[in-house]
Design a binder for this molecule. Structure first.
Ligand code: NAD
Length: 254
């Protein structure tokens, strides 16, 4: 498939996990990938692998985000797709009873404020072009409560959902689509490591997944490519759930 032929696609957090898988998928579909990451090694490796370009950026940096989009448009001539995907889930973001204000604020900045900035500074280019697709990574935990709390993470992803909905509505008639993606748990290196050292923790979560396994990053990337492409041309302000059935389930198969 070459649904993204020639389109300029910025991916934040492209150095690892879902961002890396999406960079691969976008490139396979013909996009010109701009890999953005705070980690120069990881981001550069992604850009090299997919024949794209790398921009080092901390997505919480307002001036840096504004300048990155300006550079992309100056260098590549357009801005067609933005995947605001960079996010963190640090261990000190836990139960509300144990989580300090510093952890709360750090997670809000990286997971939510960054999406505000990524949309704020991408939208003017897309509005001018009369076309564009923005995909913001939320999570299934924006839709469901978990007894295994990561309080700031869940709240930040809820914020991503409502912000995305509002932007999708506001800019619909200017040709810009804005959708949120809600992945279920994904088999990323971090999750693999965590669950290898604590199988009970994995089992506690797996029981709730009707499909009986975690997602592979490439399965999430396939959904992002759909939202980025014109195949989803009648979708905006949407909450796109890719969760192996978790949010639809009451009793799961044995
Ligand atoms: P990951 O840790 O594998 O990759 C995240 C990337 O973002 C890394 O390359 C990291 O260097 C980069 N990054 C972190 N902070 C940054 C910053 N301030 N500026 C720029 N880059 C930064 O993560 P992942 O599992 O692929 O998750 C990607 C997104 O998907 C996140 O928003 C996460 O919350 C969301 N998500 C993940 C899962 C899951 O199970 N993995 C489930 C639902 C949603």
């Amino acid at each position: 498939m070459t649904r993204l032929q020639g389109r300029v696609a910025v991916i934040t957090g492209a150095g690892s996990g879902i961002g890396l898988a999406t960079a691969r998928r976008f490139a396979e579909e013909g996009a010109r990938v701009v890999a953005v990451d705070i980690s120069a090694d990881a981001g550069e490796a992604t850009a090299k692998e997919v024949g794209g370009i790398f921009k080092v950026l901390d997505v919480t940096d307002e001036a840096g985000t504004r300048d990155m989009f300006a550079e992309v448009v100056a260098e590549l001539g357009s801005l067609d797709i933005v995947f605001n995907n960079a996010g963190i889930s640090p261990p000190d973001d836990d139960s509300i009873l144990d989580t300090g204000l510093d952890a709360w604020e750090r997670v809000q900045k990286v997971n939510l404020t960054s999406v505000f900035l990524g949309c704020k500074y991408a939208l003017p280019y897309m509005i001018e072009q009369g076309k564009g697709s923005i995909i913001n990574t939320a999570s299934f935990v924006a839709l469901m409560g978990a007894a295994t709390s990561q309080i700031s993470y869940s709240a930040s992803k809820g914020g991503v959902l409502s912000m995305t909905r509002e932007l999708g509505v506001q800019f619909a008639r200017q040709g810009v689509r804005v959708n949120a993606l809600c992945p279920g748990p994904v088999n990323t290196p971090l999750l693999k490591e965590l669950f290898a050292s604590d199988p009970e923790r994995a089992a506690r979560r797996l029981i709730h997944v009707p499909l009986g396994r975690f997602a592979e990053p490439s399965e999430i990337a396939a959904a992002v490519a759909f939202l980025a492409s014109d195949d989803s041309s009648f979708m905006t302000a949407n909450t796109f759930v890719v969760d192996g059935g978790i949010t639809g389930a009451y009793v799961t198969p044995l």
